[in-house]
Design a protein around this ligand. Structure first.
Ligand code: CA
Length: 225
């Protein structure tokens, strides 16, 4: 899942980015409202974390512009303590939630997860298909009784396939969701990760779950016998 973080305080930005990457999210950063808005309108994100006090364009204006452009990506605002006005204006402008600075990182993560679940319409933090279970809170993956250890990128790809289970996901979509927008990569890298995932998940199984759709991409689904 990919997050755009718009925050002008470099230290705070680096701290949040590092923490989110530790939770297997891909994070792009912008350090003022103007750049942030431009990136938000140009690329696809699963979530935007947006500071309210920003140079050039403030977070409330950025929120309004994003919604005016019909971009529906969930927005989590970072506001300063006791600024009821910012919170109310932000929510009215189209933000989905807010968090007051300073905040505990765990609270930020919990809100991020909740916004993702709402966006993807997933009622619980567990994704599954057949005997494959992915716990999004712990990042734990199990097939049957066997625990499977994945790298962050493998996990991100599996998670995205599962959110779209039974549907075909193109290589381009996968790249978009697991790499930063300025990361220069071909889509071939996805094939490499899919092979690794297959070795870990479908290896020794009579019922493989990851399937190649020739010329299109991949799907995760249970085949009928
Ligand atoms: Ca700020």
């Amino acid at each position: 899942m990919k997050i755009l973080l718009i925050e002008d305080e470099k230290k705070v930005s680096a701290f949040i980015k590092k923490g989110l990457e530790g939770e297997y999210y891909t994070v792009d950063t912008a350090f003022n409202g103007k750049d942030g808005l431009e990136i938000a309108l140009k690329f696809n994100f699963d979530l935007i974390i947006l500071d309210v006090m920003l140079p050039f364009l403030d977070g409330i204006t950025v929120t309004k512009e994003i919604r005016k452009a019909k971009v529906t990506t969930p927005i989590l605002l970072l506001t300063v303590k006791n600024s009821v006005k910012d919170k109310v204006e932000g929510l009215d402008a189209g933000a989905d939630d807010y968090l007051t600075k300073p905040f505990a990182f765990e609270e930020l993560i919990a809100r991020v997860r909740a916004l993702f679940r709402r966006k993807e319409n997933i009622p619980s933090p567990t994704l599954s298909i057949a005997d494959l279970i992915v716990d999004q809170q712990q990042h734990k993956v199990k097939r049957g009784e066997k625990e499977i250890i994945l790298t962050p990128k493998e996990y991100a790809i599996l998670e995205y396939l599962l959110i779209n289970k039974n549907n075909v996901v193109s290589r381009t979509k996968l790249v978009e969701h697991v790499y930063a927008y300025n990361f220069d990569t071909g889509t071939n890298v996805i094939d490499v990760y899919i092979n690794k995932l297959r070795n870990k998940i479908d290896f020794e199984s009579d019922s493989p779950l990851i399937h190649t759709i020739r010329g299109v991409g991949y799907t995760i689904k249970e085949l009928e016998n």
